[in-house]
Design a protein around this ligand. Structure first.
Ligand code: A3P
Length: 290
């Protein structure tokens, strides 16, 4: 695979020297690798305010699910860009994939990595809400409390009987939120300077600021301004605002109504994540108030 990647780079180099700045499909300069349910779609849609940022519509899932389809398939999924434009893809399952970091590095070690994070307790509830909205139709979903701290043996296959500080830490919705475990793999493959962490809560309360910071990380002059955003009167999440004042909000699968969760379960989860979050903060040298 490494040999193939080298040939690809060589062909790209020769082609770019011979051809003027024509639009063509290129491998991404930056990837939003996660974290699932932290606001990755909002980030990508808001970044599109910048006309130099181009991205494929759907999630590509190359470095986790579609790797066997090969590099040419991957490049085909990208939009056409000219030199000076930035290609981004987002596949939030890369964050917790064991192989994605090293695979991305072998394609291009200079790839810029973007990670949106939010309080892992809120993230877990959001993850649960998404799965239950799919499974409820089949009548197959127990409560969040059962999944997180209760008798999960009927529902979870792996690691269910081993509880960590009272929490079913083997449940995917919980496991993904132990950020430092996944982050370690990214830092083994990319320097921290190539990784940009987006605050998923601030992306909701102050989208212009988070988008500007990301544009700068991408080497672009920020164009996002507070006037580019409005607030969805029903869901209360930010939406893009066009010049005529019309709001363009994310679809109905974003900003779902979350179930009320037993406060005792919430505090058990908060205690569980406390020390894990601290390890993450130290790793990225950035602090959050979760
Ligand atoms: P919920 O639908 O559970 O509230 P992702 O895009 O990574 O799947 O993240 C989805 C989450 O992004 C949503 O979860 C919501 O909380 C959050 N979010 C952040 N900004 C948003 C926005 N502008 N519109 C809708 N949801 C947004």
């Amino acid at each position: 695979m490494k040999y193939k990647i080298l040939i690809f780079h060589l062909i790209e180099l020769i082609a770019s020297a011979a051809i003027p700045n024509t639009a063509k499909k290129r491998f991404p300069d930056a990837i939003i690798v996660g974290v699932k349910k932290s606001g990755t779609r909002a980030l990508l849609e808001f970044l599109r305010i910048n006309p130099l940022i181009k991205a494929p519509g759907p999630e590509v899932h190359f470095f986790d699910k579609n790797f066997n389809k090969g590099l040419e398939w991957y490049r085909e999924q990208m939009p056409e860009t000219r030199i000076g434009e930035v290609t981004i893809e987002k596949s939030p399952a890369y964050f917790h994939s064991k192989l994605a970091p090293e695979r991305i590095k072998s394609l291009n070690p200079n790839t810029k990595i973007i990670i949106v994070v939010r309080d892992p307790v809120t993230r877990a509830i959001s993850d649960y809400t998404q799965s239950s909205s799919k499974r409820k139709r089949m009548g197959l979903m127990p409560s969040f409390e059962t999944m997180a701290v209760g008798d999960c043996s009927n529902w979870l296959r792996a690691n269910c009987t081993t509880k960590t500080r009272g929490v079913n830490s083997g449940w995917g919705a919980i496991r993904i939120g132990v950020y430092h475990k996944h982050m370690k793999r990214w830092l083994e493959n990319f320097p921290l300077t190539n990784i940009h962490i987006v605050d998923g809560e601030r992306l909701i309360t102050n989208p212009a600021e988070e988008i500007s910071a990301t544009e700068k990380f991408l080497g672009l002059t920020p164009v996002a301004k507070p006037e580019d955003f409005g607030v969805d009167p029903i869901k209360k999440f930010p939406c893009l605002k066009s010049t005529d004042g019309k709001l363009h909000c994310l679809g109905k699968t974003k900003g779902r109504h979350h179930p009320e969760v037993d406060p005792l379960v919430l505090s058990t989860l908060k205690e569980f994540y406390g020390p894990e979050n601290k390890k993450f903060y130290q790793m990225i040298n950035q602090w959050f108030d979760w």
